[in-house]
Design a protein around this ligand. Structure first.
Ligand code: PEP
Ligand code: MG
Length: 563
């Protein structure tokens, strides 16, 4: 769950609708947005004409007829006029309006009695896809994330939202996300958290219960969703929403306070970000640095790959924004639920497949471009490179070789970069948390990715709501792996942080302090909650309590740690 309350109208989205950019346009821009749509329709018509006139003489007659039907559909008012109406009424961008119109038409055609007409639904879909393709070439730039507008009154309801879809939804500043599928640490929930909006995932069948325009209340803390509530209930939730906002506002007094425990232990509180513009949010929250930049989000939800220059600019933006605080950039963690546009995974178990560093080492050109961009960004401030999903020492060695090759290429080009870039690894596969010694000896730092560590230790797919109740961050095996990693870091004098969702969950802050953790990295919005806990904690006392709880191997009692 992602905390907070949202009250608003439902926008029910199908899979195809999700695959386009979503943002709200200004009322003044309705006309130009409709013109953009008209231009795309005209371009699609021209493409169809060209295809029709270059058909070979022996082409089947059905093909020419099909092109004619598609051409007629393009000029039908149900396409252009009704989509323009949606742009005007709802202030959706053209892609979103067209995809929504496609969804409406799809449902109308599917309900038709006449089989011939029913089958024309497929033609409508193809025509809309053609226009969407034309539109993508003229996409207006998404407005930047703006936390002040996070409380918009539109609530997305979908069966599933992939991380790439989430990127497309950022610009519209939705009030909340509700999905049938997904687990609490799925990347959908993670991105919602970074957008600072409530998300209730894994609801089972919310999409079939809610209709477009229904009034909804989503309570991100309890996971409750209320459909068309009474005025009285609405009033009560407006009150709760205000109380929550007041509580958040009161926390801001801690922004410049030190994160030091009662017994004087200084704790580093860093931020997790998915996109460069979020670095400013991290600074505003008083983060000590970026503990995890999920760089793969630069690569997702777009038809092409970012080149070296674009990546260099993105990484440099973060480094400059952080004004000398360390920036930990994780190399591409693609695979499993985070895929490139158009890439279809055929692996039986993608989470156990060619993901993260395995993917990068299998795609050396792609990796080299990222490493060169990362190295170049180090001219502007401290950069640390973090390798995801390490399971073998030879992967560390191969990464070092790839970095050396990238350096050599930059040297040949006369490009500058820092000579002191730290290299670290994510501890998220149980194997390395158990046999940690060579990793801690070789690397400069370690970062525990509890989201995956829990998934791989307990054999629970983090995105699967059917087993979400078994996804237990407090399982003794998980805690022992975390403890083992922290202890090894302490012995070797190497820093160890936690950058999974546990780090930002204030309910477990004391327990992590009791395990000896001194570095936490989380969504910037969670930083002050965790800082509050840190300032009330006594690490010596916690270490004794947590050590004895681990020895007993009973479920740990969080309430006893707060006493
Ligand atoms: C993790 O696995 O805990 C982590 C921080 O990385 P991600 O959630 O992106 O897999
Ligand atoms: Mg991970």
């Amino acid at each position: 769950m992602v905390k907070g309350f949202a009250i608003g109208r439902a926008v029910v989205m199908g899979a195809a609708t999700l695959e386009v950019a979503h943002y709200r346009i200004q009322p003044d821009d309705v006309q130009s947005e409709c013109e953009r749509l008209e231009a795309a329709v005209a371009a699609a018509a021209e493409e169809l004409n060209n295809m029709a006139s270059s058909l070979p003489a022996d082409a089947p007659r059905e093909l020419a007829a099909l092109l004619t039907v598609h051409g007629m559909l393009l000029v039908d008012p149900m396409l252009l006029q009704q989509t323009c109406d949606l742009i005007a009424e709802r202030q959706y961008n053209a892609e979103w309006a067209l995809a929504t119109q496609g969804q409406i038409l799809g449902e109308q055609f599917a309900a038709m009695e006449d089989e011939y007409l029913r089958e024309r639904g497929a033609d409508v879909r193809q025509v809309i896809e053609r226009v969407l393709r034309m539109l993508s070439g003229s996409m207006t730039l998404l407005p930047l994330l703006d936390a002040d507008h996070a409380d918009e009154s539109l609530i997305v309801v979908a069966r599933d939202i992939s991380p790439a879809d989430m990127l497309r939804l950022r610009g519209a500043r939705f009030g909340a996300f509700l999905t049938d599928l997904g687990g609490p640490t799925s990347h959908t929930a993670i991105v919602a958290r970074s957008m600072n909006v409530p998300a209730v995932v894994g609801l089972g069948h919310v999409r079939s219960l809610v209709r477009d325009g229904d009034m909804l209340i989503a309570d991100g803390s309890t996971g409750a969703v209320l459909i068309n509530p009474s005025e009285q209930v609405l009033d009560e939730y407006h009150r709760r929403q205000q109380a929550y906002a007041d509580e958040r506002a009161a926390l801001t007094v801690l922004r410049d306070a030190q994160a030091v425990t009662l017994d004087g232990v200084a704790i580093r509180l860093e931020a997790n970000i998915e996109l460069p513009e979020e670095a400013a949010v991290a600074m505003a929250a008083g983060a000590d640095g970026i503990g995890l930049f999920r760089s793969e989000f630069l690569f997702m939800g777009r038809p092409d790959l970012p080149g070296e220059e674009e990546q260099y600019q993105a990484y440099s933006t973060v480094v400059r924004t952080m004004q000398g605080r360390p920036v930990t950039i994780r190399t591409l963690d693609l695979g499993a639920d985070k895929t490139l546009d158009g890439e279809v995974t055929v692996a039986t178990n993608p989470a156990l497949g060619l993901r993260a560093i395995r993917y990068c080492l299998a795609n050396p050109e792609l990796f080299a471009v990222q490493l060169k961009a990362l190295l170049r960004a180090s001219r502007h401030g401290p950069v640390r490179i973090l390798i995801p999903m390490i399971s073998h020492m030879h992967e560390v060695l191969a990464t070092r070789q790839a970095i050396a090759a990238a350096r050599a290429e930059l040297d040949a080009r006369g490009e500058k970069y820092s000579g002191k870039i730290e290299l670290g690894a994510m501890v998220e596969i149980p194997a390395i948390a158990i046999a940690i010694e060579p990793f801690v000896a070789d690397l400069d730092f370690l970062s525990i990715g509890t989201n995956d560590l829990i998934q791989y230790t307990l054999a629970i797919d983090r995105g699967d709501n059917d087993v979400a109740d078994l996804y237990d961050p407090l399982h003794p095996a998980v805690l022992r792996l975390i403890a083992n990693t922290i202890n090894a870091g302490e012995r070797a004098g190497k820093p160890v942080s936690v950058c999974g969702e546990m780090a930002g969950d204030a309910r477990v802050t004391r327990m992590l302090l009791g395990l000896g953790l001194k570095e936490f990295s989380m969504h910037p919005q969670q930083l002050l909650d965790v800082k509050k806990e840190v300032r009330l904690a006594h690490t010596n006392a916690l270490r004794v309590k947590v050590a004895s709880a681990l020895n007993r191997a009973e479920p740990i009692d969080l309430a006893a740690l707060a006493a």
